[in-house]
Design a protein. Structure first.
Length: 136
């Protein structure tokens, strides 16, 4: 007498996660020599990216050296990144503090908020210093 054994089959469901592509602009800053003066040229390159969160380990490692990573942007192709140092994302300018290739051929950019490009150098006083120091 043969006992039929029923195999416990685990149904594996393929979960499709819908990743909403977002738009970022990689900022390329170059200078052109024109006579005596160098003229800065800024070009923005539109790229589609995914927003990822900064891992806990990455955040604390960066914090130990004085960096404050806020977001990780993943570009689907590593060739879309040409060693730019700044990126505009959701209306804010960020510095790229680290980049590394992924296994699927993309590249992840770890970014932190830029102090230079966020309106603090355009004459608007957005910081805590009001300029009313009398020095008495």
């Amino acid at each position: 007498m043969m006992v039929s054994r029923r195999k416990n089959r685990i149904r594996r469901r393929t979960v499709k996660t819908v990743v909403r592509k977002r738009i970022c602009y990689l900022i390329e800053e170059t200078t052109k020599a024109r006579g005596v003066f160098d003229t800065p040229t800024i070009q923005e390159h539109k790229r589609y990216c995914e927003e990822l969160s900064v891992t806990r380990t990455e955040y604390y490692d960066a914090d130990n050296v004085g960096l404050k990573p806020e977001v990780v942007l993943k570009l689907s192709r590593a060739g879309e990144y040409n060693n730019e140092i700044t990126v505009r994302y959701e209306g804010k300018v960020y510095d790229i503090i680290r980049n590394y290739p992924t296994r699927d051929g993309g590249i992840e950019l770890v970014i932190q908020r830029s102090d230079i490009h966020d309106g603090q150098s355009d004459g608007n006083n957005t910081g805590g210093n009001t300029g009313n120091n009398t020095g008495s």
